[in-house]
Design a protein around this ligand. Structure first.
Ligand code: SF4
Length: 228
């Protein structure tokens, strides 16, 4: 924030008159402007990420939090071990079909307002393992993503840029645009749908059943024709 008079000037609604001699100490404003000037400022500088990593990208995420890059400069150093206390889910790494279920469950357990940052090619779209039998082609197929950070892996600088983009997004959230702040609507927000393990998602705990079924459907091979 800037100095006191600049801040009051920014907060003040020019359509609402204030006597000249009171302008250095009084601002008259509306709720929406108060939200964009003060409330969003406080929220964007106190984001609590969830302690959560999936693969190699998580190492870069850890480096971002360490002293060299110092995520604390953005008010994001309080990394929580519980989704109930987190504002931000950093999906850092390869999302396998087995892991997508707990990821969506954790997302649903986070309180509103909550944000998701997809870090790296894997989380954004499947990455180098996109055609693998066990990898999903992007976490945004299951939960809403606010910021994408491409790269394999993205550098800590790239992640910091993504976090700054998230701060800009929070700055732009306004009561006058209800779609940008759905958690102020009536009633609870809709939960993300829990993924169901489909026919192309193999549960390794059921491997013995799958092997048995594959053996039962296997056709006996034809004997070779030796008369020709
Ligand atoms: S994007 Fe690259 S570095 Fe990140 S998890 Fe995938 S393979 Fe690893």
């Amino acid at each position: 924030m800037t100095n006191n008079s600049d801040f009051l000037k920014e907060l003040h609604d020019p359509e609402l008159p204030v006597p000249d001699d009171m302008r250095s100490s009084v601002a008259v404003t509306n709720l929406d402007k108060l939200m964009s000037t003060v409330y969003n400022w406080g929220r964007r500088n106190s984001i609590w990420p969830m302690a959560f990593g999936l693969a190699c990208c998580a190492i870069e995420m850890i480096a971002t939090a360490a002293s060299r890059y110092d995520q604390a400069r953005f008010g994001m150093e309080v990394i929580r071990a519980s989704p109930r206390q987190s504002d931000l889910m950093l999906v850092s790494g390869t999302v396998t079909k087995k892991m997508v279920v707990p990821i969506v469950r954790l997302y649903n357990q986070m309180p509103e307002p909550k944000y998701v940052l997809a870090m790296g090619a894997c989380a954004c779209g499947g990455g180098p393992f996109k055609d693998g039998y066990n990898v999903v082609g992007g976490i945004d197929k299951y939960i809403p993503v606010d910021v994408y950070v491409p790269g394999c892996p993205p550098t800590p600088q790239a992640l910091l840029h993504g976090l700054i983009m998230l701060q800009k997004k929070i700055d732009g959230q306004s009561l006058s645009n209800r779609n940008s702040v759905p958690w102020y609507g009536r009633g609870p927000s809709d939960e993300a749908t829990m993924p169901v393990l489909g026919p192309d998602i193999i549960d390794p705990r059921q491997a013995h059943i799958l092997r048995r079924q594959a053996g039962a459907t296997e056709q006996p091979s034809e004997p070779a024709d030796t008369d020709a």
